[in-house]
Write a protein of this length. Structure first.
Length: 276
């Protein structure tokens, strides 16, 4: 498979397999995912103690969360591609060519994390606020696995940053939607990282992440050619709309509530000063 980037006059032959070790093929997709996870772990270590949560607690939680999150990501994808996998059951466990749905991983991962927090008497809102910024940077890095698998690209376009894909003797210029999401999630991480130490209420970082990511995903999903469908509905786009409305409303409510509380406190200070 060959990819062309006309903006920089670059043509690249994309290898899916990075190397072979002891007869086992190592795919770039897996390497990129591993790098994304390693970067997240390093960043978790650096911020240990934030919200009273230690790095050891995070590692302990993730020993439960990560396996189930991968399972959820794969299960989500298989369910909505059951028309294919019902006829090819041997492919269900084959993830070397992709097929991990981020929403499936997030939903199952959060469910397991909630169970872990309840069992160990940890505030789930603190825990989620702790982990979500690094989830965003892991997503940003992980999307480059799609680049090596030549997947998660969009419809044809004539925009200057178009990406040319040559396959089966034909060449198409498409939206590099994997790059769009990588840039968006990097921006989300930088924003969350900047404000996480000055959060106004528990759950704020989580709500902001979900609102921003779902908004970006709504737009990006509309450009993709490999969306999962339920009838004529793009599943990820529908989920994004629901999450954006729900968590965007929560953000708006708390922003309005905090503003009113600040105005009330300021008014009380003026009254106290006047009476003094």
């Amino acid at each position: 498979m060959t990819i062309t980037i006309p903006l920089f006059s670059i043509t690249i032959a994309i290898p899916k397999i990075a190397c072979t070790i002891l007869g086992i093929q190592i795919y770039w997709y897996g390497i990129i995912i591993a790098i994304a996870m390693a970067v997240a772990v390093i960043l978790y270590y650096k911020k240990s103690g934030t919200y009273g949560i230690s790095f050891d607690t995070i590692l302990s939680a993730f020993l439960w969360v990560i396996p189930f999150a991968f399972l959820g990501a794969r299960l989500y994808y298989v369910i909505f591609r059951w028309d294919y996998y019902s006829s090819n059951p041997s492919q269900i466990l084959q993830i070397k060519n992709g097929g991990l749905a981020i929403y499936g991983g997030l939903f199952v991962g959060v469910a397991i994390l909630c169970f872990y927090c309840k069992k160990n008497k940890i505030c789930i809102r603190d825990m989620l606020d702790y982990v979500v910024p690094e989830i965003a940077i892991a997503q940003s890095i992980g999307r480059w696995g799609n680049f090596f698998n030549v997947e998660a690209y969009g419809v044809e376009t004539t925009l200057p940053w178009k990406m040319g894909i040559e396959a089966q003797g034909t060449n198409s210029y498409v939206h590099p939607t994997f790059l769009y999401e990588s840039i968006c999630t990097l921006g989300i991480y930088l924003l969350l990282h900047k404000i996480e130490k000055n959060r106004k209420w528990k759950g704020q970082i989580t709500c902001l992440y979900i609102t921003l990511y779902s908004f970006a995903r709504m737009w990006i999903e509309g450009l993709r050619t490999d969306s999962l469908y339920l009838g004529n509905i793009r599943i990820s786009q529908l989920v994004s709309i629901i999450l954006f409305v729900v968590f965007g409303s929560i953000l708006f409510y708390f922003a309005y509530h905090n503003r009113k509380m600040s105005e009330k406190e300021e008014k009380n200070k003026k009254v106290t000063y006047k009476n003094a």
